[in-house]
Structure formats: structure tokens, C-alpha cells
Design a binder for this molecule. Structure first.
Ligand code: SAH
Ligand code: MG
Length: 215
């Protein structure tokens, strides 16, 4: 099995989540037709839960793509939060900004064009929620910057941490993906081993890791 979840469990869970309508559905369809990665439905629901639970006022997202998850988090907070989201692909940035405009969310979501490694170095403000969803081979490199930008009680949610199961099993690793897998394991090891943090890894979607500072 190359997926993180058993197919029948995934089907059951997503059937309970249901589907979106309106513009969000259009963005989902656009993403699927153009092979643009957006969060799995389980992750979308998980983000909505985090927004409702944590009520973050400042959110940082690494990896905007077409703005789907950013819009979802904004909708979920009823425009109560501000989201800064980073994307290095110029074309994606353009589409994301258009989608954000369709919702009139320009004042709630800032798309910054650039490489996360560069942009993260120059951000000064603190965030209550950081969603890492860009550059699977670099989560371990993003981490120190994210920790600096994380509020004392902030939460880091990282997507794709089990990467189709490869991160958990050498037998599944495709040659071309070895670097990603090694670095993702390093990310998970740091957030799991360091006593300053508490991390829970959830084998849902493509694997989710939730990290906070220990009390
Ligand atoms: N969060 C989005 C999906 C993001 S897909 C959603 O669920 O709707 C990952 C995106 O990260 C891609 O668009 C890719 O171009 C971007 N990306 C990958 N590495 C990056 C990096 N180092 N800096 C900035 N963006 C990056
Ligand atoms: Mg993802």
C-alpha cells in the first residue's frame, strides 16, 4: 500500500466530510484538472478544526499554490485572522491572488512571492499558527525559522509528512525521492525527540504532524 490511509477508511472519512460548493469547489476542480496539489479533504477539515480550536489571529502558510487552503482558513475564521502565505511560483501567485480577490479577502490574505527560505529570514512578526505545505525536501530547513516566528503558545501543522507512506517504510521509497524522505524523517525526528516540543503525527491524508512547545 503506497497511500498513508487504507482506501476504505479514506473513503469512509471523506464521505463524512462531504464536499464544498461555490467558488471553493471551482478551485478544487481547477486544481484537479491542472494537477495542482491542494490539501486532501481530511487535511482541509483538520485545518478548519485548528482554526476553530486555536482561533489564531496571525497565520503563516508556506506554499500557497492557488490559494485554496489559505481561503479555506480565512473562511473558517470568518475573516477574524490575517494570513501571510508564501509561494515561489509566479504563475501560482497570480492565480492565488485572483482567487483571493473573488472572495474579497485581499485585506485578510497576503501572498508573498518568493522562496520560503529567503522570505522566512526577513519576517519579523509572530504567528499563532504556522502551516508548512511547501517544498517537502526542506521542512527540516524551514523549521528553525518557523520556531523563531512561532508565538509561545503557537502551533505548527505540517502536511505530507508521511509522503505516500515512504517516510515510514524503506520498501516504499522511490529512488528519486530518497532526499525528500531522509529530510522529512529528520524533521519528524527533531520535533519528536526534542523535549522542548510535543508532536503528534497523524496518519491521515498524506500524514500530518502537529507540533507545540511543551508547557
Ligand atoms: N497549501 C496549498 C498547496 C501548496 S502545494 C493548498 O493546500 O491549497 C505546494 C506549493 O509550494 C507549490 O505551489 C510550490 O510551488 C510551492 N513551493 C515549493 N517549494 C517552495 C519554496 N521553497 N518556497 C516557496 N514556495 C514553494
Ligand atoms: Mg500538502
Amino acid at each position: 500500500m503506497s497511500e498513508v490511509e487504507h482506501e476504505y477508511i479514506k473513503e469512509y472519512i471523506t464521505s463524512l466530510i462531504g464536499s464544498h460548493s461555490g467558488i471553493l469547489k471551482e478551485i478544487e476542480e481547477y486544481a484537479s484538472e491542472n494537477s495542482i496539489p491542494i490539501v486532501h479533504r481530511e487535511m482541509a477539515r483538520f485545518l478548519e478544526l485548528m482554526i476553530n480550536m486555536k482561533r489564531p489571529s496571525r497565520v503563516l502558510e508556506l506554499g500557497t499554490a492557488v490559494g485554496y487552503s489559505a481561503i479555506l482558513m480565512s473562511l473558517s475564521s470568518h475573516k477574524k485572522n490575517h494570513i501571510t502565505t508564501i509561494e515561489r511560483d509566479k504563475n501560482m501567485v497570480e492565480i492565488a491572488r485572483k482567487n483571493i480577490k473573488r472572495y474579497n479577502f485581499e485585506q485578510y490574505i497576503d501572498v508573498i512571492e518568493g522562496d520560503c527560505m529567503e522570505i522566512l529570514k526577513n519576517i519579523r512578526e509572530k504567528f499563532d499558527l504556522i502551516f508548512i505545505d511547501a517544498g517537502k525536501a526542506h521542512y527540516n530547513h524551514f523549521l528553525p525559522y518557523c520556531l523563531k516566528l512561532l508565538d509561545e503558545e503557537g502551533v505548527i501543522v505540517a502536511d505530507n509528512v508521511l509522503f505516500r507512506g515512504m517516510v515510514a517504510s524503506d520498501e516504499l521509497v522511490k529512488r528519486r525521492k530518497i532526499t525528500i524522505v531522509k529530510r522529512m524523517r529528520e524533521y519528524l525526528k527533531i520535533v519528536s525527540d526534542d523535549n522542548k516540543f510535543i508532536t503528534s503525527i497523524i496518519p491521515m491524508g498524506d500524514g500530518i504532524a502537529v507540533t507545540m512547545r511543551r508547557n
